[in-house]
Ligand binder design. Structure first.
Ligand SMILES: C[S@@+](CC[C@H](N)C(=O)[O-])C[C@H]1O[C@@H](n2cnc3c(N)ncnc32)[C@H](O)[C@@H]1O
Length: 418
């Protein structure tokens, strides 16, 4: 779908009900924090399709004013209404917003197809679609560190909590594809649920609601493999049935990152749906297996931060745990919850909450931030904008990018040819 370009026209500044949130010291416009204003501003700069009504116009202007206030070098300088309006009318003409565009993965200017990125994390699902020229028209992710990583790489601040209507209101009416690696914490209740109304309170409900309201042509969902077997498969059947009720013909498959050229055993279920039966029929999960090579993702030990090397105590423990085992280099040593160690030429799935020492390169050290990103297939120009601890969490939550890339290519072929 071609992107509609609208300019802000006939701007008048109005007075907003402005409050100060005493506790956080942030300005609030209605229910909107500065982070939300940054989302409004950055998503407007990249893509202004959601500007429809007077309210959203005013919100953008308000966000621009706030941005200019924060950017000014002289605190006594007055930001006049006339200046704010001029900038808002043609923001790109002003050299104020270059940081939103000088990023490794800017949104394509004239994407033929559009998508929204829900539960966006650090954009692992988005990345291959951007590469193919697809244009993101809305993103949502509420974790502030993931937002920082996303902003640094895509020049776009995701909106926050997707369960809130104040967030969902920014989703443009039309887009072609919904992407979501939705969180799976609500499994415990989902199995007993039958219909659409019953799944309220789960993150899948948010996905279903947005599909119902916007009816994009295609959907791509990603989740842990256990989703397919939870509660004897009932949870998964509920999800598939609801997608069917919403008008989607779907196919699904459990895929393993190891088969996509990454040295990581990470099994995930992928669900792909189309409104057209014919398109769904044409889709398949046949991929040519690629080989992986652990050596390719490892950095030289001499470039590794010394704090990542394990203590003598851990090293001695590992020596004992691997007695009699074949040890080779390079390898990743895994300690499971029972304290057993295996030595493999790939990593087990990166996990957010796992112990710091559960994966050790050659039994000696933890993986660096860059290695963690490479294990998920992120290119080396992907920016690291947060601490190592946050990168561990973010990569553990993210996806195998090459796996998504292969699926994205198939979806693209189908949207363009069937
Ligand atoms: C499984 S991760 C998806 C990661 C993503 N696919 C990536 O490539 O990084 C789920 C994400 O959903 C976010 N999340 C959970 N609940 C949310 C909510 N109510 N609104 C927005 N984001 C939410 C979490 O912070 C987490 O980053």
């Amino acid at each position: 779908m071609a992107v509609r370009k609208k300019k802000i026209q006939n701007i008048k500044l109005v007075d907003f009900p402005e409050e100060v949130d005493e506790q956080n010291g942030i300005k609030v416009y209605g229910e909107t924090s500065w982070e939300n204003q940054l989302a409004v501003l950055s998503q407007y700069l990249h893509n202004n399709v959601y500007i429809g009504d007077e309210d959203s116009k005013q919100e953008i202007i308000y966000a621009i004013r706030e941005f200019l206030e924060r950017k000014k070098s002289n605190k006594d300088e007055e930001i006049t209404d006339e200046y704010v309006i001029k900038v808002a009318e043609n923001p790109i003409a002003y050299n104020l917003f270059s940081d939103f565009f000088k990023v490794p993965f800017p949104n394509p200017k004239f994407g033929q197809h559009t998508f929204i990125d829900l539960f966006a994390g650090i954009g692992g699902i988005r990345l291959p679609f951007n590469e193919m020229g697809y244009r993101c028209v809305f993103s949502s992710e509420w974790d502030k560190y993931a937002q920082q990583t996303y902003l640094a790489n895509f020049g776009e601040m995701p909106f926050g909590d997707i369960t809130k209507e104040v967030t969902k209101k920014y989703i443009p009416k039309h887009f072609d594809l919904l992407l979501a690696g939705f969180p799976c914490q609500a499994f415990s209740i989902m199995g007993k649920m039958q219909g659409f109304a019953d799944i309220r309170g789960t993150m899948f409900f948010e996905v279903a609601t947005i599909l119902e309201r916007h009816q994009p042509e295609a959907v791509l969902l990603e989740n842990v493999k256990q989703l397919t077997t939870h509660d004897q498969g009932r949870t998964f059947s509920t999800i598939l049935r609801i997608l069917g009720e919403l008008g989607y013909h779907v196919k699904w498959q459990v895929l393993n990152a190891l088969d996509f050229g990454l040295p990581q055993k990470r099994e995930r279920v992928i669900i792909v749906g189309f409104r057209s039966q014919q398109r769904c029929d044409a889709f398949n999960f046949d991929f040519k297996k690629k080989t992986y090579n652990l050596k390719e993702i490892l950095e030289d030990d001499k470039d590794i931060d010394p704090s990542l090397f394990a203590s003598d105590m851990i090293l001695q423990k590992r020596q004992k745990q691997t007695e009699g085992k074949t040890v080779f280099y390079p390898s990743i040593w895994h300690e499971n919850k029972a304290g057993n160690v295996s030595v493999l030429d790939y990593a087990c799935a990166l996990r957010t909450g796992a112990s710091y020492n559960y994966l050790l390169v050659n039994g000696q050290r933890r993986l660096s931030s860059r290695e963690l990103l490479r294990l998920q297939g992120f290119p080396d120009n992907y920016k690291i904008a947060v601490s190592h601890g946050e990168i561990r969490r973010q990569t553990g939550n993210s996806v195998a990018v090459p796996m998504i890339r292969e699926i994205a290519r198939k979806i693209d072929y189908i949207l363009n040819n069937i």
